[in-house]
Design a binder for this molecule. Structure first.
Ligand code: AMP
Length: 387
């Protein structure tokens, strides 16, 4: 089963039908595959471009089995898919990539950091928190400032608080109920960077150029490629991502998020076992996109070149940018007049604060021009948010 190559017009099953599922499906359809998605939201973004949707919760094993039976290979676009669903499909003899063990590990920030350290990769100092007395211990051992995060289930900064002083710790202690958290030393990083890495079924590996990421309110706002970092730092980041993918034995695309310190030390913050927001630029700016690479990897096909065709800047469009506007999309004309701007809208019906509803990738001959044009574009759809 593992060695089988899956050629078009076979069917790819995707658990999760948000924008990542949609962009995966678009690439799969381009390559001649059929696509079936399972997602609880009727007519979710992926369903708008794929062959069939099974509308069901991700915990619904019966309907997930129905998806697997209709597909030649199954993948997921979302790291919070219940591991039990993926394990169940594997037990029933279906191929799911990446394997459930990758999902299980990356869903737990403590296990993820233990894994990273076991393969020689640096992370922020951390301590597992389960009961109130662990908070006192972490305060003494790791200290402040710190990021206190839920060990399972958080993303885009959800489920995390920054502890700056003793008073912040006391406020957490005052109504603490035992649960699994992680106390992480706050990292005074110079830049946030990430590397998208693809590992094929036969262990072949490809990495994309390093992304420089700027977050706003813990949500990715802008990705700049090539990252404005030294070539030594870029080589180190690339090698870290490969070590992670190999150590996990992940089949498919993963995103490795890192903190680059002033002295060029690199710490890994998080691993996403899926295509990644900081790799959206690859659609417009690389020989092969991260989405096509994922389809190639899970189907056992040769991976493509990850070469950059042009410097690129990706800007996320969030619900916040639209909510205040009478005509939510009146900025489109102005943005599309910008040289090198490519618009991607996900087709989400509900526009909410913090929700990613699309992105723009601006290409230019020089990265400084791409940044300038992206900043110009942003002024048209977002007056409030800083880059
Ligand atoms: P996460 O949910 O872990 O991806 O965190 C979201 C964002 O919060 C990151 O991209 C960083 O900007 C910030 N952050 C998370 N953990 C830390 C940390 N230990 N030190 C400094 N900033 C952090």
């Amino acid at each position: 089963m593992k060695d089988k190559k899956i050629y078009p017009p076979s069917t790819i099953g995707i658990l999760g039908g948000g924008q990542l599922g949609k962009m995966l499906a678009l690439e799969a359809k381009k390559m001649g595959y059929k696509v079936i998605v399972l997602d609880p939201t009727p007519n979710c973004p992926c369903a708008q471009v794929c062959d069939e949707q099974i509308a069901a919760e991700f915990s619904d094993k019966i309907r997930s089995l129905k998806l697997a039976k209709k597909a030649d290979v199954v993948t997921y676009e979302f790291e919070n898919i219940p591991v039990k669903t993926v394990e169940y499909l594997e037990e029933q003899g279906f191929s799911v990539f990446p394997f459930s063990k990758v999902l299980r590990l990356t869903q737990n920030r403590i296990k993820e950091k233990e894994f990273l350290r076991s393969v020689g990769i640096l992370t922020a100092d951390f301590q597992a928190i389960e009961k109130a007395s662990d908070l006192e211990k972490a305060l003494l051992k790791i200290g402040l400032p710190a990021a206190l995060k839920t060990s399972i289930g958080g993303y885009d900064g959800k489920g995390q608080v920054i502890l700056r002083n003793r008073k912040d710790v006391e406020s957490i202690l005052s109504d603490f109920s035992p649960r699994s958290l992680i106390w992480e030393k706050f990292v005074p990083f110079a830049k946030e960077i990430s590397v998208i890495c693809v590992r094929g079924k036969y262990g072949d590996l490809k990495t994309f150029p390093v992304s420089e990421n700027i977050h706003h309110g813990n949500i990715l706002s802008m990705t700049i490629v090539p990252a404005r970092i030294s070539s030594d730092a870029a080589k180190k980041a690339d090698s870290i991502a490969k070590t992670v993918a190999e150590g996990l034995e992940a089949v498919g695309t993963i995103g490795v998020e890192m903190f680059l310190l002033k002295n060029e030390t690199i710490l890994v913050n998080e691993i996403a076992p899926r295509v990644h927001n900081s790799g959206h630029y690859t659609i417009d700016a690389c020989y092969t996109s991260q989405f096509e690479q994922h389809i190639r990897a899970i189907c056992g096909l040769p991976l493509g070149s990850t070469k950059l065709l042009s410097p690129a800047v990706m800007l996320n469009i969030l619900g916040d940018d639209m909510i205040c506007k009478k005509n939510k999309f009146s900025w489109i004309d102005k943005v599309l007049k910008i040289d090198g701007a490519n618009l991607h809208l996900y087709g989400k019906k509900e526009i909410r604060t913090g929700r990613k509803i699309g992105h723009i990738t601006v290409l230019a001959e020089f990265v400084s021009d791409a940044i300038q044009r992206a900043e110009d574009a942003k002024k048209f759809f977002c007056q409030k948010r800083k880059i």
